[in-house]
Write a protein that binds this ligand. Structure first.
Ligand code: PLP
Length: 988
């Protein structure tokens, strides 16, 4: 047991001495007496001046600048400050952003098209969306300390499977359009006829879905046929079809025959659908559909000018192993208690790389949890009431409009009316009139509009709509008519099956119960609220409260993504400023904010490279060189972009083997499209050869894609655009402080050099960018997850050039400090320029397997007993762990984490010496739950105290893992992906 801070420091370490004038990032404003005192750098950056000085002393550097000089190769160093606005105080930045976002006009939007206003129950808004206990958690890889969000996601899966009438659902996808594209890819992968290459898409799908599906299909060699579903006559050249139900114009069509016909030719059918409508409508599964996709946005997730929202994906049992994205499954822990975990991970890009089922890495966990909680709160009865209200209002509006002489689509409808003006008025005129009254309608063509209602619609809204369409004609009083309007549709389209029967959806009706349920789940998860999460390659830095505040502003949250752009002037200013700042930070010419994740950024960037080669008549360039150390999303994205992956070796130091790169570039001189390089490398090192690598690729006609997941080590010190990179993505959810949300949302913009600017993603509804871009969309919304861009804006505005640079330097300092502290105990695997690590480093624990039977996973689980989340394990090198402390952690916290690892090292020595058996020791039996430690029986060769309180700080604050070690193999063999009956938990 540790006595106190510090673990034995090797005698060779010099005692830290404070320099007289410590070089620190924390300047107090001098000169201007009105300069804000709420400066942000000192809140964001963990170590204070004395700590920085002590750490520098240990590393033998005089200042942070000296350290950065040593770490970043001279050839790529930025020798001037970034040109960014001066740092603002927290309040000043909030006021500046408020002034920008106040330029937005929050109109009532009845545009629909996949996005609806919704009432976020305040108990969910405050306790999930605005609660760092939920939003600062990471993807639940360490399941024992992630049971809260895993339960939220299991509820989401259960809800989706129930409502769609299908067997199994995943834990969310990025948006409805990409979910539809994923459905196409999956159906293509499982086609029975290898020659089938056509995919039918109903022309009544949302336009953004058509756009994204088309973009995805081209590189895959899939021919997309977009047409009217009613006349479709499938043949064996079709492997599948996509329908919208209710369709984009609101029509509800019986697709049973359509699906039968497609099945007869060996194809499969996906239906894009709406969860609220499915509380009343016959679900896709009961039509025989093979897949259902859609957006869960209207289940309490704000519009946010396009996102983030959780999409869903459900399918039949027989297709579950081909499903894209994350899947939560139920298994049991070492004591036999039911426990949840990520299931079937072998499908993922980390393992299958270019053969992965998809490159979804970041899902939309926070939003999926919100949507599932909306269903938990309302329950099946509440949801049905909401749906019936929407339907009744729509029916009433339809009847009133018909009485005014408009033609309403003849099919049954749920929330959307297709209104034809019959030449009486122009659709544009009506829409203009609506805008003048603060209302947005959807214009379909010169004579047709549509109106979509949602749960927020009031009597005043209906009155206003009737006034607009009445054009001065007297309209009938709404309340009376509403009460009289029947809300129903033909029996064969009516839902008769039950849904959401599980107790979780039927017990939390009051706010008290709901609050306690949310807080109970939250308490099971280890987030940044508890301790540092040093996940290498994931950059779990502070997500500051001031950065998060604006997400809740109505001027940010309540805009429909397809509202006229002159209502979104605030957003346009935000985009322009953020794009220009990111361009300056990366040294690139143009930026697209559309991609919803780093992996989607990779895909968008590779599409830009592909389009560039095509435009030059060089479409044969399809080879993508990727170092073997690359993240699995790189090869997966390359394949999605229609490229062929050729691996490049790494040398003994983990660096790109430059001779192998040259040889492969030579070999593919005629068909080289690009190389994808992560920089600093996934091994946590600034490689000296980056400029040479870029020259080799360029001299063979290729482009260089930089995976910017590690950009946090570069900001203010060097810029990819200056050292030969042509395109890079940025993970705003890593470097630029968007919280990980327990596994999403993410934002993965791409920055490109000037020659690639015109190949950035476009959009079928609103083209982003000055020049109208002709490329297809990669996301459903033109600016992707627009509402969380305010977070990154705040971060940059509050730090300014100097603060950003200091953050980078401190991230590097913290990593090198930890590497130096830990190296006497555990080997640091790779070092880069000047024998230093960058912002992260790998610890090699592989030898302990032989000497003590300890594997990296055992260390990860034991860290939980010490109150910590494990570092990234087995990436990029199997059997090792990668630590990334970030700049936000104080020296005290770094020391605590080092102490924990050093203490675990001591425990491993006790196993190696034979004091504890290899299969009965605190590592193998970790984590230790309260139930295990307090059980009457205890027959282990170590004490209960060592099990649960192995370090002094735990007496002050103990985080108890909710479950013991979870059995992964059992979980995958006995796949259960929806809520278990309550008895299963009670029996335990
Ligand atoms: C090096 C690297 N590249 C790409 C990605 C993919 O990013 P995202 O999870 O945002 O899709 C990651 C994610 O962890 C990464 O570490």
């Amino acid at each position: 047991m540790l006595e106190a801070r510090t673990a034995p420091v090797p005698a060779t370490f010099p005692t830290p001495i404070l320099p007289e004038t410590p070089s620190t990032p924390l300047k107090t404003p001098l000169g201007n007496p009105f300069a804000p005192l709420d400066t942000f750098a000192r809140r964001h950056i963990g170590p204070g001046p004395e700590e920085v000085a002590a750490m520098l002393e240990l590393l033998d550097y005089k200042s942070l600048d000296d350290l950065a000089e040593a770490v970043v190769p001279p050839a790529i160093r930025l020798r001037r400050p970034l040109e960014l606005p001066a740092a603002k105080g927290e309040r000043e930045a909030l006021e500046a952003l408020r002034a920008i976002m106040d330029q937005n006009k929050v109109f009532r939007s009845f545009i629909g098209q996949g996005y609806y206003d919704t009432i976020t129950p305040p108990v969910i808004q405050r306790n999930i969306l605005e609660n760092p206990g939920w939003y600062t958690a990471y993807t639940p890889y360490q399941a024992e300390i992630a049971q809260g969000r895993l339960e939220g996601l299991l509820n989401f899966q259960t809800m989706v499977a129930d409502l769609t009438g299908l067997d199994i659902a995943n834990a969310s996808l990025l948006d409805e359009a990409t979910a539809a594209a994923e459905a196409m890819t999956m159906l293509h992968a499982v086609r029975v006829n290898p020659a089938a290459h056509r995919f039918f898409v109903s022309n009544a799908c949302h336009p953004q879905t058509l756009d994204v599906v088309r973009t995805r299909a081209v590189p895959q060699g899939i021919e997309v046929i977009i047409d009217d579903a009613s006349g479709f006559n499938p043949d064996s050249s079709y492997f599948g079809a996509l329908l919208q139900y209710p369709d984009t114009h609101g029509a509800i069509i019986d697709y049973e025959k359509f699906i039968r016909l497609v099945h007869q030719v060996g194809g499969k059918v996906a239906m894009a659908t709406d969860l609220l409508a499915l509380t009343l409508l016959k679900p896709p599964g009961e039509f025989g559909a093979d897949v259902a996709v859609g957006s869960a946005q209207r289940f309490g997730v704000p519009l946010g000018y396009g996102g983030p929202h959780a999409a869903f994906f459900a399918t039949k049992d027989e297709l579950k192993r081909h499903m894209p994205g994350r899947l939560i499954g139920v298994s049991h822990d070492a004591q036999g208690k039911p426990a949840m975990r990520l299931a079937l991970q072998t499908r993922e890009q980390h393992i299958r790389r270019d053969k992965a089922t998809s490159n979804i890495c970041t899902a939309q966990v926070l939003l999926a949890v919100m949507a599932s909680m909306y269903a938990v709160y309302h329950g099946p009865r509440g949801l049905k009431e909401i749906a019936e209200r929407v339907q009744r209002m729509t029916a009433h509006l339809g009847a009133a409009l018909a009485a005014l002489g408009y033609k309403i689509g003849h099919e049954p409808f749920f929330d959307t009316l297709r209104i034809t003006t019959l030449g009486k008025w122009s659709a544009h005129e009506l829409a203009q009139d609506a805008v003048s009254r603060g209302i947005n309608l959807r214009v379909i063509d010169a004579d047709t509009l549509s109106v979509s209602l949602d749960e927020t619609v009031t009597e005043a809204d209906l009155d206003a709509l009737l006034k607009i369409f009445g054009k001065g004609e007297e309209t009938i009083h709404t309340q009376r008519l509403l009460a009289e309007t029947p809300a129903s549709w033909p029996a064969d389209l009516r839902r008769t099956s039950d849904y959401l029967t599980h107790p979780v959806f039927n017990t939390h009706r009051t706010e008290t119960e709901m609050l306690r349920y949310i807080r109970k789940l939250e308490s099971r998860d280890l987030s940044l609220c508890t301790s540092m999460i040093p996940l290498g390659s994931c950059t779990m830095k502070l997500n500051a409260t001031a950065e998060m505040f604006p997400v809740s502003w109505p001027t940010v949250g309540r805009l429909h993504p397809f509202a006229p752009t002159d209502q979104a002037r605030g957003y346009q200013t935000l985009f322009r400023q953020l794009e220009s700042w990111l361009a300056e930070i990366t040294g690139m010419a143009a930026v697209s904010l559309q991609p919803n994740a780093g992996s989607q950024g990779e895909y968008a960037g590779l599409l830009a490279i592909r389009a560039y080669h095509q435009a030059r008549g060089e479409e044969a360039r399809r080879i993508c060189l990727i170092p073997v150390s690359a993240h699995g999303t790189n090869p997966a994205s390359a394949v999605m972009a229609g490229m062929k992956v050729v691996p490049v070796a790494c040398d003994a130091d983990g660096n790109i083997d430059i001779e192998d790169l040259r040889a492969k570039a030579d070999e593919h001189a005629g068909d080289l499209a690009c190389a994808m390089i992560t920089y600093p490398s996934t091994h946590g090192a600034f490689e000296d050869t980056i400029v040479e690598a870029a020259e080799i690729i360029h001299s063979h006609g290729g482009q260089v894609y930089m995976d910017g997941a590690n950009l946090t080590a570069q900001v203010g010190l060097c810029r990819p655009g200056d050292f030969g990179m042509d395109v890079c993505h940025l993970n705003l959810h890593k470097t630029f402080c968007i919280p990980h949300g327990g596994g999403g949302p993410g934002v993965g913009p791409i920055a490109v050099a000037a020659h690639l600017g015109k190949y950035l993603p476009g959009h079928a509804v609103i083209a982003p960018g000055e020049a109208r871009r002709t490329e297809g969309a990669v996301s459903a919304a033109p600016w992707g997850s627009a509402s969380i861009l305010v977070i990154s804006w705040m971060y940059i505005a509050m730090l300014g050039a100097e603060g950003l640079k200091a953050a980078t330097q401190t991230a590097i300092l913290n990593a090198n400090y930890m590497a130096t502290q830990l190296e006497p105990y555990i080997e640091v695997l790779y070092r880069g320029h000047s024998d230093m690590v960058a912002h992260e480093f790998i610890l090699d624990v592989r030898s302990w397997k032989q000497s003590a039977g300890v594997e990296v996973e055992d260390i990860a689980k034991r860290l939980m007993d010490y109150g910590f989340h494990a570092p990234t394990i087995s990436f990029p090198v199997p059997g090792t762990m990668m630590i990334e402390p970030t700049e936000s952690e104080s020296k005290e916290e770094l020391d605590r984490f080092c102490d924990a690892l050093i203490a675990i090292h001591g425990e491993m020595q006790r196993i190696a010496s034979g004091e504890w058996p290899r299969d009965n020791n605190p590592l193998k039996l970790a984590p230790h739950t309260a139930a295990v430690v307090s059980a009457d029986a205890w027959d282990r060769p170590y004490s209960r105290e060592l099990a649960a309180y192995p370090a002094p700080w735990l007496r002050e604050h103990k985080f108890w893992p909710h479950t013991g070690r979870i059995d992964n193999v059992y979980g995958d063999r006995n796949l259960v992906c929806s809520c278990l009956p309550m008895e299963a938990y009670q029996a335990e």
